[in-house]
Design a protein around this ligand. Structure first.
Ligand SMILES: [Zn+2]
Length: 141
């Protein structure tokens, strides 16, 4: 998917800052070391400070790096998928491609968007679980 032409998406179940961050990700906007270097901002190195095995791009930081990859693998396993989309733009729009019923699809998208919220992915999953529990409470009782 061409990230520059990605549709603006909005998930009303998550905080505005996470929606804005997802939008920022689709435009490769996070201030990664690679992006800072492109703007002539002096950085010690453009390599990823987590693994030091690649240039710190959005693609690497949010999908390929060890922590991100482990996190996405856990999300994929949780939802019964064999793997997760490896291209950042496809990953962000993963929720659009699943065939769940509308409420579950919205919840899945909430998980994806909050998980992509960078280093706060674990917090995002906790938030998503809280929303899911609220969803269950509101629909079961
Ligand atoms: Zn890395």
């Amino acid at each position: 998917m061409d990230m520059a032409t990605a549709q603006t998406r909005w998930n009303k179940n998550i905080p505005i800052k996470i929606n804005v961050f997802s939008w920022c990700l689709t435009r490769d906007g996070p201030p990664t070391r690679f992006n800072l270097d492109l703007c002539d901002i002096d950085v010690d190195s453009t390599r990823c400070p987590i693994c030091n095995e690649a240039i710190e791009t959005s693609q690497h930081l949010f999908t390929e790096c060890t922590i991100a990859s482990s996190l996405w693998s856990m999300v994929a396993t949780w939802w019964g998928f064999m793997d997760f989309p490896k291209v950042l733009g496809d990953l962000i729009q993963w929720g659009d491609s699943v065939t769940y019923d509308k409420p579950i699809k919205a919840f899945f998208d909430t998980v994806i968007q909050t998980t992509s919220y960078g280093p706060y992915g674990i917090i995002g999953i906790s938030f998503a679980l809280l929303l899911y529990n609220l969803f269950l409470v509101n629909h079961l009782f």
